[in-house]
Design a protein around this ligand. Structure first.
Ligand code: AMP
Length: 173
């Protein structure tokens, strides 16, 4: 098993000054590493019952749908506002850079379904916490979060303290 940290490209001051952007395309373009990342992101949840995978736009779709395929489970997208065509539930959140909201189709989840939420990166945890609130509202049960990268200095764990949270790689910021 390879160490994946060196395959993440740090781009300073993108998209705005002060942000150390973690570019994952340098990992994604290698098939062996992508497969390893998806397997490792699932590993801590092996013993848990999961009904559906939720992925957060846009890079959460990459890992979320790969994992859904691997487990033969359905995939549900959480999207930026105005992208989903049918009736949606909306939650607002603070991003590391700016403010935004996310949406999910109202009929995406059946009452009591167990959901694993997948995204590429945990920064402040605002997006992840909003995703959990969306799933709660729609009657689902969040069994955990799996991230490729966690920025540990941003202390997102306190926002997600009621959940099982896994990150494959950690960087301070
Ligand atoms: P947050 O809500 O602060 O946890 O932000 C998480 C979302 O913003 C993820 O979906 C990431 O794709 C994106 N993001 C935040 N900070 C960074 C960063 N430093 N590098 C790359 N993506 C980031």
């Amino acid at each position: 098993m390879k160490s994946l940290e060196s395959f993440i490209r740090n781009v300073p001051d993108f998209p705005v000054k002060g942000i150390q952007f973690k570019d994952i395309t340098t990992l994604l373009k290698n098939g062996e590493l992508l497969a390893q990342a998806v397997d490792q992101m699932y590993d801590p949840f092996r013993e848990l019952e999961i009904d559906k995978i939720v992925g957060i736009e846009a890079r959460g779709f990459i890992f979320g749908s790969a994992l859904a395929y691997k487990l033969n489970l359905g995939f549900i997208p959480i999207r930026k506002p105005g992208k989903l065509p049918a009736e949606v539930e909306t939650e607002e959140y603070n991003l590391e850079y700016g403010q935004d909201s996310i949406e999910m189709h109202r009929d995406a989840i059946e009452e009591g379904e167990k959901i694993l939420i997948v995204d590429d990166l945990l920064a402040t945890g605002g997006t992840a916490a909003a995703a959990a609130r969306l799933i709660d509202k729609l009657g689902g049960e969040v069994v955990g979060f799996s991230f490729l990268i966690e920025l540990t200095e941003l202390k997102a764990r306190s926002l997600l303290k009621n959940y099982k949270v896994y990150s494959l790689m950690q960087f301070p910021f």
